[in-house]
Design a binder for this molecule. Structure first.
Ligand code: DOR
Ligand code: ZN
Length: 434
């Protein structure tokens, strides 16, 4: 269906600002952005007066759990959560119960996402010892994920010699979970009694791993991305070592929560890397404001109530986030911590540029119509009951944000509109520029 979005304040990438404009969508593309477009008889006109229109958000870090753990999430439930959160593209991590290490497993995921995902998607391959020598064959992926410290699943690459082979053979960006495994063991033993997860995974674990891996990425001159920065020490190191080939992300839970939440909520505030101190949290906001942080990505990692309602040290790590990122950031905009154009830069422009997503991440004539319409005045009440993730909870339960997602358009089709989903619409796998 052809759609005309009328009267919204539209993000204009040239000026980096919002201008009142109409947007005509034909099939999957934006064909016209003008001050006043007269509707045609067959077009669906959506009144966007008083609303802001952003490029659909691109979440470069989700765990949609399919195949293998579809009781936690699958491509349908995960993509509904994404669409309700204004996210039109997700890049899915490879730490499934059978990890995505081969072309066969990649193709299996592709088949599952194709029939279920309401939003666009791309995939990471897991880089590890068993496939380190085969990685050059993977060019049709978002990147290669390497776990330098252990986390959900047991896919660790502890040996930096293996990491060197991975970097050497990579044809796509190498993304690291940077926590030094030896130090994780040391601090876990030292602080086990305390049951304080941030002490058992001290800031030093992350800082040492970021230092080691960043130096190695510089040596091999490969595109390199650090997932979920969480400490002031990592930022200090990146101020020294960052190059144009090196990018990094922070996750909303590290921006909006700290160790006090873990102390209050136990397993529901347990993830890797852990929630840190208030001073780390402030440093992450500083890193965003100074432009050191390239993007915000959710690390959406759902686990069920049953799984979380066990002894805190046994419970799995991770929290959902893909549905709540934009409302939280709109609240930050409301509070003056960010500008709306920063949200676009951090959640659409930069992820598209970093991972080379062809024709995604901007609003321009000829580009894909991946859009998100937001109301900066309406409130969102974040509740467990209104989460579309199969896990059915959120660490932000009860929070009220100023700003809400009204409508999400994926490849020219309305997928989500004021609480309704159009499930016949399916997303596509992204293509890559470079
Ligand atoms: O908390 C986390 N959960 N960190 C990770 O690195 C993995 C993720 C998961 O898959 O559950
Ligand atoms: Zn993750």
């Amino acid at each position: 269906m052809d759609i005309l979005l009328h009267g919204g304040m539209v993000y204009g990438s040239a000026q980096g600002d919002f201008v009142r404009a109409d947007i005509r969508i034909h099939e999957d593309r934006i064909v016209d952005i003008s001050a006043e477009i007269l509707p045609r008889a067959w077009e669906k006109v959506v009144d966007c007066t008083g609303k802001h229109i952003l490029p659909g958000l691109i979440d470069a870090h989700v765990h949609f759990r399919e195949p293998g753990a579809t009781h936690k999430e699958d491509f349908l439930s995960g993509s509904k959560a994404a669409a309700a959160g204004g996210v039109t593209t997700v890049l899915d991590m490879p730490n499934n119960s059978t990890p995505t290490t081969t072309r066969e497993r990649l193709d299996e995921k592709r088949g599952l996402a194709r029939v279920k995902s309401l939003v666009n998607y791309g995939f990471y391959i897991l880089g590890c010892e068993e496939n380190a020598n085969d990685l050059a064959e993977f060019e049709d992926i978002a990147g290669i994920k390497v776990y330098l410290g252990s986390s959900t699943g047991n896919y660790l690459t502890e040996d930096l010699g293996v990491f060197a082979i991975i970097l050497q053979n990579a044809r796509r960006r190498v993304v690291v979970h940077a926590e030094n495994e030896g130090l994780l063991r040391f601090f876990a033993a030292k602080h086990r009694e305390s049951q304080l997860y941030h002490k058992m995974r001290d800031n030093l674990c992350a800082a040492v791993s970021v230092a080691e891996s960043t130096l190695m990425a510089r040596h091999f001159a490969k595109p390199f991305h650090i997932a979920h920065l969480s400490t002031k020490e990592e930022l200090a190191l990146l101020r020294l070592f960052k190059t144009p080939l090196i990018t990094c992300e922070v996750s909303p839970h590290h921006l909006f929560l700290n160790e006090e939440f873990f102390c209050a909520r136990g397993a529901y505030g347990k993830m890797n890397p852990p929630l840190r101190y208030n001073t780390d949290q402030q440093a992450l906001w500083d890193g965003i404001r100074e432009g050191l942080v390239d993007m915000i990505a959710t690390d959406h990692a759902p686990h069920t109530h049953d799984e979380k309602d066990t002894a805190v040290m046994e419970a799995p790590c991770g929290v959902p986030g893909v549905q709540t990122m934009l409302p939280l950031l709109l609240q930050a905009v409301h509070e003056g911590r960010l500008a709306l154009r920063d949200v676009v830069r951090l959640c659409a422009l930069n992820p598209a540029k970093t991972f080379g997503l062809k024709d995604r991440g901007t609003i321009r004539e000829g580009g894909y119509a991946d859009l998100c319409v937001v109301d900066l005045v309406a409130e969102t009440i974040i509740l467990n009951e209104t989460q579309y993730s199969k896990c059915g909870w959120t660490p932000f339960h009860g929070l009220v944000t100023k700003g809400s997602v009204v409508m999400t358009v994926v490849n020219g089709s309305i997928v989500y509109h004021e609480g309704m989903f159009y499930e016949d619409v399916k997303g596509k796998e992204v293509e890559y520029d470079n």
